[in-house]
Design a protein around this ligand. Structure first.
Ligand SMILES: Nc1ncnc2c1ncn2[C@@H]1O[C@H](COP(=O)(O)OP(=O)(O)OP(=O)(O)O)[C@@H](O)[C@H]1O
Ligand SMILES: O=C(O)[C@H](O)CO
Length: 593
């Protein structure tokens, strides 16, 4: 039999084993809460749970609690000063509109991860050496630089400012037209100086690998291959790097590789699946670049645009040695029904045993010659966004930087959270129960949801005023139509519909979704801002939101709606740490319980 006293002890041992962060204060609260529960509730848990409590079991435990009382669930998370990510100070009042404040908070998120800023913060120059991520490297005119990604030009400009006196040469692969665009937008500080030793190669028009990007990749491979053990190779990596470093393994042609990845993306494959496949078909991805640079010391500075910052997947991990399992690749392709249309060249490469590189370089299994450091991420952007939100009169709460899954489910999550936070009375337990069920589907940990609900509830009860709920990640859209749009715009529209269905008074919650790279799908908008009035606004202008969604035509719709005023168009931001989601919830007058 499970005793009330045993639960918190079991929970804490699992916390240590799996890396859950369960602060002592919370564990003791579990203890208190568990002791409040009746014997009948606890003894109905399966006997085997006396060993370890799994994540699933934890959510079941919490769900069971929601059936009893919402107040009890929330009381578990009451003293969370470490985790709440909110301070106690009341935010200042602000007269700006919700829409303007949402845009400002988004701008702060983008500003925090500007390429020059993140590089400056990560390289400490000390006379003839640099310290990166706690490691010291001696500079003796032995520095080489390569890079690929949407943010890499600005990263390279800053790196050259810091260590240019020791730089021998460099090659970077950056998006087509980026130099001219930066020039036009007055962002000269992100451009290389005129006599730079770094060669800039532009390519990958529309974020798709092309012959220009392939030439750049070859230039990068050549530079890396010429290095000796005396050399230090600085590798600058950011999102969009996969398309900018194409090196298909022969006989796969660039077009064939592009077809496979494009079909996968259109079928709704995640970036994890996409890059797992890309790695298997490329010479430079999956550790290939580090392999070619051996025996030089390789230091990679990485601006992450993948959930959880997995080194092997960001830009398909060119500096992270990863093994290719053909069965894994085939099962991904099968999942999206692409096995039958697979080119013979791809089958050929996947069927080859042994390593992808045949030059017999003497590398150990743990490549000590490589240091990979993540220097910017969605979490950093959310943290700074929270700071700006506070200045603008909101109480910030960060839900998670890992939101993923289909935009339909993600919009439901935000709709439920808005309903939860806007409730004038104790929110009905079904809302919490549905949130907890939905969380895992959209990449949000049960733990994060409970923490967030607790903070939202507390704020409401204590009259803290308006709230800014922040999250980040990269949901997916399964394309069914031929319209023009992007996942952020589609998410914003869907959340607008959810908010409309809540029947809240006017001036209710506002939702923003924006890609931090400033570009949402193949459109010039980064995303959009919506609220519960969206549907009426569209109807009064003769626009049909449902047919727009069926045709994935969110950009066309939002451009026509009220002259595009709901679109978020920051222009090229020069960075990329996935998307930022923001739910601004006005203060709710509550009915005292
Ligand atoms: N018409 C559309 N409506 C909704 N989503 C779309 C539409 N067209 C493309 N998308 C989605 O946009 C995404 C691609 O967007 P984008 O070009 O911003 O890529 P990204 O993931 O930010 O690129 P990277 O990872 O290289 O930075 C894909 O998930 C795709 O499904
Ligand atoms: O380039 C890529 O592969 C994506 O942006 C993820 O890093």
């Amino acid at each position: 039999m499970v005793s009330a006293f045993m639960w918190p002890v079991i929970l804490s041992s699992q916390s240590l084993n799996t890396g859950y962060t369960t602060p002592v204060s919370v564990r003791s609260d579990f203890c208190n809460a568990a002791s409040l529960l009746s014997w009948s509730t606890l003894s109905s848990f399966p006997q085997e749970s006396t060993g370890f409590i799994s994540h699933w079991q934890l959510s079941q435990f919490l769900l069971r609690l929601t059936e009893l009382s919402m107040a009890r669930v929330l009381s578990l998370f009451r003293p969370l000063p470490l985790l709440a990510l909110v301070g106690r100070r009341k935010p200042a009042l602000c007269k700006m509109s919700m829409d303007s404040r949402a845009r400002e908070v988004f701008a702060a998120a983008v500003e925090a991860v500007q390429p020059d800023t993140v590089v400056r913060q990560s390289i400490e120059r000390k006379e003839d050496s640099v310290v990166i991520d706690g490691h010291k490297f001696t500079l003796k005119h032995n520095l080489h630089l390569v890079g690929f990604g949407k943010a890499v030009l600005g990263m390279a400009a800053e790196a050259e400012r810091i260590v240019g006196d020791h730089l021998v040469k460099g090659v970077i692969s950056v998006p087509h037209g980026i130099q001219q665009t930066l020039q036009q937008h007055g962002k000269g500080h992100l451009l290389l100086k005129e006599n730079s030793r770094i060669k800039v190669m532009e390519g990958a028009k529309h974020n798709l690998p092309d012959a220009d990007a392939q030439n750049a990749a070859e230039g990068i491979r050549q530079l890396a291959s010429e290095l000796t053990e005396r050399d230090l190779l600085l590798v600058l990596i950011s999102g969009g790097g996969s398309a900018l470093l194409p090196a298909p393994i022969p006989p796969i042609s660039l077009q064939e590789k592009l077809d496979v990845t494009r079909k996968l993306a259109a079928a709704g494959a995640t970036i994890q699946e996409l890059n797992t496949v890309r790695r298997a078909l490329s010479f430079l991805k999956g550790g290939g670049l580090a392999h070619h640079a051996h025996p030089a010391q390789v230091v990679a500075l990485i601006l992450s645009d993948v959930i959880g910052d997995p080194l092997d997947l960001i830009a398909s991990g060119p500096t992270v040695k990863s093994k290719v399992w053909p069965e894994e690749i085939l099962s991904i392709l099968e999942r999206y029904k692409l096995l039958d249309s697979l080119p013979a060249s791809v089958r050929d490469v996947l069927g080859r045993p042994g390593p992808r590189w045949k030059d017999n370089k003497d590398e150990s299994d743990t490549p000590a010659h490589v240091l990979n450091a993540v220097i910017g991420s969605n979490s950093v952007a959310l943290k700074c966004a929270g700071r700006r939100a506070r200045e603008l009169g909101f109480r910030p709460v960060v839900l998670s930087p890992g939101v993923c899954g289909d935009v339909k489910s993600v919009s439901r999550l935000y709709g439920l959270l808005a309903r939860f936070a806007s409730s004038r009375e104790e929110p009905p337990p079904e809302i919490a129960a549905e949130l907890l069920r939905l969380g895992p589907e959209v990449g949000v940990e049960t733990w994060d949801l409970c923490r967030t609900m607790q903070v939202l509830d507390e704020m409401r009860m204590e009259g803290w005023g308006a709230t800014c709920l922040l999250a980040g990640g990269e949901p997916t859209v399964e394309l069914t139509g031929k319209g023009r749009g992007g996942r952020n715009q589609e998410l914003a529209l869907r959340v607008g519909l959810e908010l409309g269905s809540l029947n809240l008074p006017p001036n209710g919650p506002v939702f923003l979704s924006g890609g931090t790279d400033g570009q949402d799908g193949p459109t010039e908008a980064a995303g959009a801002i919506t609220d519960g009035g969206l549907c009426d606004e569209a109807q009064s202008q003769g626009l049909d939101i449902n047919s727009c969604l069926t045709n994935n035509d969110s950009y066309t719709f939002l451009s026509r709606l009220s002259d595009g005023k709901r679109l978020l168009v920051p222009g090229l931001t020069c960075t990329n740490v996935m998307d930022v989601h923001m739910l601004l919830i006005p203060a709710v007058p509550i009915n005292i319980r």
